[in-house]
Ligand binder design. Structure first.
Ligand code: HEM
Length: 205
């Protein structure tokens, strides 16, 4: 019978090791800007969480009347633009370098789930803005969800959306991003495709 304690111990030794989290060498191919896009996405997420905590602590009206809080709200808004922008570019990079290769399928899947989770997280943020645009969005999207039989998700309930946007969805997203980054550290960054053979048939004749 497999000894799962031993197996878990071996896995944890890899996941928690200093070699995994504090590598001192970087493969040559991973030095380019293209390989920074994931970290830029993660950094934008940190900006979102920090500015989001300040917004939640000061309450929904603070950013309408208080100059400093308007700045925090703007940082949160532009943080979202940066987050999606870098995530999109990162997705293209991992797609074109076939980054699911070499046992990185789960890393890919967690990235894809992070993308899918980021959409409702951002959307519920628009809903708690409270302006006419967000109210219109809430009602339209509620119609859509009702039609899908998901009427119990009440997008017009500002309290429910506040809880979703501030606690539930960001927490799920943070856990998924954490697992994604752990797998990236354990499996390392994917090496480039081998270069195509040079076809020199007929040359030099
Ligand atoms: C919340 C959004 C995401 C964050 C914060 C994130 C972060 C990262 C980071 C920091 C890396 C290390 C290499 C690099 O930076 O390029 C990475 C690698 C990777 N990401 Fe993401 N990622 C996200 C979304 C995605 C998405 C949407 C996919 C694909 C569907 C994906 C698939 C991968 C794969 C397969 C790797 C490992 C292989 C490699 O690095 O070449 N990620 N991710």
């Amino acid at each position: 019978m497999a000894n799962w304690t031993e197996a878990s111990k071996q896995r944890l030794q890899i996941v928690l090791s200093a070699d995994t989290w504090l590598p001192t060498e970087l493969p040559e191919y991973a030095r380019g800007f293209m390989y920074m896009l994931g970290s830029l996405t993660a950094s934008s997420f940190v900006v979102l969480v920090l500015s989001g905590i300040l917004l939640a602590m000061n309450g929904p009206t603070s950013w309408s009347y208080n100059g400093a809080m308007r700045f925090v709200a703007a940082t949160h808004f532009w943080g979202v633009q940066a987050f999606f922008f870098f995530m999109m570019l990162h997705l293209w990079r991992v797609f074109f370098s076939g980054a699911w290769r070499g046992g990185r399928g789960l890393t890919w899947l967690l990235g894809a789930i992070a993308f899918l989770m980021a959409i409702p997280t951002a959307f519920t943020g628009f809903l708690i803005n409270g302006d006419l645009y967000s109210q219109w969005n809430a009602v339209q999207a509620k119609d859509g969800l009702n039609a899908l039989g998901l009427g119990w998700v009440n997008l017009t309930d500002a309290g429910q959306m506040f809880g979703m946007h501030v606690v539930v969805l960001p927490l799920i997203l943070a856990i998924i991003i954490g697992l994604h980054l752990t797998l990236v550290r354990v499996k390392s960054v994917v090496p480039p495709y081998p270069s195509a053979p040079i076809l020199d048939e007929g040359q030099g004749e």
